[in-house]
Design a protein around this ligand. Structure first.
Ligand code: HAM
Length: 419
């Protein structure tokens, strides 16, 4: 035990458990890689204003949850609380929107930081896999992203998740709705902070979870009734395309999301086995974000799925991921056999076989314990007498059977057995 612990709200990923996280990241990114999305990686921190402007000055993320710092050079930075603003910033900086055709399709995977009150499923450091399709307004793109996330979850074996879908309107119809909602909210008995929020971003008030607020919100005007014809038609097309793909979803006209950049399509993946932190992923269209951060008009859509919560959801459903053992062959070298088996292990690794060897000068018993612990399918055991005869003992760790194999042939035999 060291004197230090992982900071509050964070946790370490330790083998073998950590393998689940890799498997989840692979499963989520797999469908994206097959659908024209290229990998993008951006810094862990950005200019604080990127998030203030992009995510929104009145959001919890910006007002309460950002880890900010001032560098020795005087730059104001924030650890990234989310990926969309950074990815769009990177795409604009690299002129990707001018380089080829639109949309620019990107995916990413990484760590994000929010100074939140920690609880199960809510951490101060967490990881997401995300996708952004930048520069095209096409209902098929919104549908594609929802279908790919659904596919990723189903491939993982997740069943009890639901997709909530809504449209938040556009710059034409949302201001009209906003006025109507604000007028309604001004007539309510709300605390000071909520009154302020109602003036800056009234839609967020709909998302207020407190019962005393929810009670007053009964009878609030709903955006659905205010959607302009273009937004309605767009939304219907998204719904039709997802339905045709066999993906089920629920219309949720109260779905607002915690980031301000959304327009039109918004959605959330929720899992009912997670308690209060039920959103495993979320996303939507953000047609105005590029202009908000100084770029040209580039209507875009994307999502991010939380890796931590996806792992919790898999556990809640009792899904065991098919994670191959880290090691296929384990070498146990006795006496003078170490350099020979070390050479064999190196050769096996070069040909793509996961191989390991016991270290630390252990005897047969201790080294065989290592072999068992490694989960290897085969053990290769050799001592001085074996080497003198030009053989090694090949042990099948499942059946326990052991037989001598010529040293010169063992690599080939193992390759064949493991193929
Ligand atoms: P978000 O809904 O804020 O959206 O986060 C997406 C997912 O990240 C959540 O559904 C959740 O699984 C995970 N997550 C968020 N905060 C935490 C936390 N404190 N602890 C554990 N997991 C967490 C976004 O971040 C948007 N950038 C998504 C997007 C991409 N929209 C368009 N493109």
């Amino acid at each position: 035990m060291s004197t230090f612990k992982a900071p509050k709200g964070t946790y370490d990923l330790i083998p073998p458990y950590s393998a689940k996280y890799l498997a989840v990241r692979d499963a989520i990114s797999g469908p994206l890689r097959l659908s024209g999305y290229g990998y993008v990686e951006t810094p862990g921190f950005e200019d604080v204003d990127l998030f203030a402007r992009g995510v929104g000055e009145s959001t919890d993320i910006v007002t309460k949850e950002m880890y900010t710092l001032t560098t020795k050079g005087g730059a104001n930075l924030a650890l990234r609380p989310e990926g969309t603003a950074s990815v769009l910033r990177a795409a604009l900086e690299a002129n990707l929107h001018k380089a080829g055709g639109l949309p620019v399709k990107l995916w990413y995977s990484g760590s994000y930081y929010r100074y939140e009150r920690p609880q199960k499923g809510r951490y101060r450091h967490f990881s997401q896999v995300g996708a952004e399709a930048i520069g095209a307004e096409d209902p098929a793109l919104d549908a594609e992203l929802i279908i790919l996330a659904d596919q990723a979850y189903r491939t993982l074996g997740l069943r009890n998740f639901r997709i909530l879908l809504n449209s938040l309107g556009d710059q034409e119809c949302r201001p009209v709705y906003r006025e109507a909602l604000q007028t309604f909210l001004r007539g309510l008995d709300l605390d000071e902070e909520t009154v302020r929020r109602a003036e800056i971003n009234p839609l967020r008030v709909l998302d207020d979870k407190r019962p005393e607020v929810q009670k007053q919100l009964a009878g609030a005007p709903m955006l659905r009734a205010y959607l302009c014809d273009a937004c309605k038609a767009y939304h219907e097309e998204v719904r039709a395309l997802i339905t045709a793909a066999g993906v089920t979803f629920e219309d949720d006209e109260k779905l607002v999301r915690g980031l301000d950049y959304y327009t039109r399509t918004t959605f959330e993946f929720v899992h009912d086995g997670l308690g209060s932190q039920s959103a495993v992923g979320g996303g939507g269209r953000y047609d105005g974000l590029s202009e908000m951060i100084g770029g040209p008009a580039l209507p875009s859509v994307g999502w991010a799925l939380g890796v931590d919560r996806t792992v919790l959801a898999l556990e809640a459903e009792g899904v065991e991921l098919d994670i191959p053992a880290a090691t296929s062959v384990f070498a146990v070298a006795l006496g003078e056999a170490k350099p020979v088996l070390f050479g064999l292990v190196t050769e096996l690794r070069k040909s793509g076989i996961a191989a390991d060897i016991s270290y630390g000068g252990k005897g047969l018993k201790g080294a065989m314990k290592d072999a068992n612990r490694s989960g290897a399918r085969f053990a290769v055991v050799a001592g001085d007498r074996d080497l003198a005869e030009g053989v090694v003992q090949l042990k099948d760790m499942e059946s326990g059977e052991q037989s001598p194999v010529a040293l010169a042939e063992v690599a080939e035999v193992l390759r064949a057995k493991l193929a």
